[in-house]
Design a protein around this ligand. Sequence first.
Ligand code: NAD
Ligand code: AHE
Ligand code: ZN
Length: 372
Amino acid sequence: MRSMKTRAAVAHAANKPLTIEEVELGGPRAGEVLIEIKATGVCHTDAYTLSGADPEGLFPAVLGHEGAGVVVEVGEGVRSLEVGDHVIPLYVPECRQCSYCTSGKTNLCQAIRATQGAGLMPDGTKRFSVGGQELYHYMGTSTFANHTVVPEIAVAKVRKDAPFDKICYIGCGVTTGIGAVINTAKVRPGDNVVVFGLGGIGLNVIQGARLSGANMIVGVDINSARKPIAERFGLTHFVNSTEVEGDLVPYLVDLTGGGADFSFECVGKVSVMRQALECCHKGWGTSVIIGVAGSGEEISTRPFQLVTGRTWKGTAFGGAKGRSDVPKIVDWYMDKKIEIDPMITHTMGLERINEAFDLMHEGASIRSVITF
Ligand code: NAD
Ligand code: AHE
Ligand code: ZN
């Protein structure tokens, strides 16, 4: 419960570079643990919030939600974790008690959603501060810090032989992409799949589609440099949407012999979400929204698209229940059932975290991982 000093990348304001600072961190209270973060990925959602487009974006804050590390202290009453455990913090917790958890219908545990969205710990306090100024938490995880405090229900315990600088990616991108295919869409062998956006999420959708035995795996991006790496993960057809003559939707419907059984939007643009829905097969095609769109943006289509049998869905964290599913995905990685390493194109220290955002915006990285 003592407070300590640690190093963090602080987001003081929207659209401003993060600053590396020594910050004060209050220790774990009842039901919480202190984690030493060993590595964290930089996801597009961090960039989205930093851009100011997130209605829940608060500043100053410690961002980051794709981490892995070691438990260094446990608060009163913590039973499922102990000092030395290797863990992945969860931005979608799993309390196993709320009506959402017990419904068997969703992964969206609501036990601490209100305080999490307000940038606070479950008891309504903030634990990070710098120069007497309190900093908001982010997505309940704040992994852009060498240490962070997280509720026990938002921690997945994983095996100790898995490398932190790879499995941190399971804290968001890997699980989101693969889970969207397996848990949300439930793609079956022989299905034709279209994936929009071949970045850190889309490549994992492709990997999940291959695992599910999909037939065509079509990838759509505006960056042709994504083609070779997507092929490595199972892509069968690449489409650069800026090079298609005429409308993209009929082109994709034609390419897939009538439309996609499943499409996935992994960009975060509402215009792309519409294309993703409308390229689905008449009568049964389902489109899954993964991308996060900016504040105030809305999706639209002709209702006829739904009347004629297409379904629009969405998914958060790939429909995965973190404490139960994340350790299994770590096993898949260690057993070589899935691949992660080639997607981590850059690894760097915390002092270079702003470069990670630059590389993402330039389209030069798939995933950057920060190591401590
Ligand atoms: P990324 O930046 O790594 O990848 C985005 C890709 O989209 C890039 O390859 C880019 O070239 C491509 N792209 C841009 N405009 C396009 C267009 N018009 N058509 C086709 N492709 C286009 O981002 P990421 O980390 O993969 O995240 C993708 C989206 O998923 C973001 O919106 C992110 O916030 C969201 N996300 C959602 C969840 C969830 O749980 N729902 C989890 C993680 C990320
Ligand atoms: N704060 C945004 C919503 C952002 C969002 O949709 N987040 C996803 C995870 S993105 C991970 O990279 C999520 O988990 N959503 C479910 C939830 O409960 O937040 C907004 O629009 O307010
Ligand atoms: Zn993410």
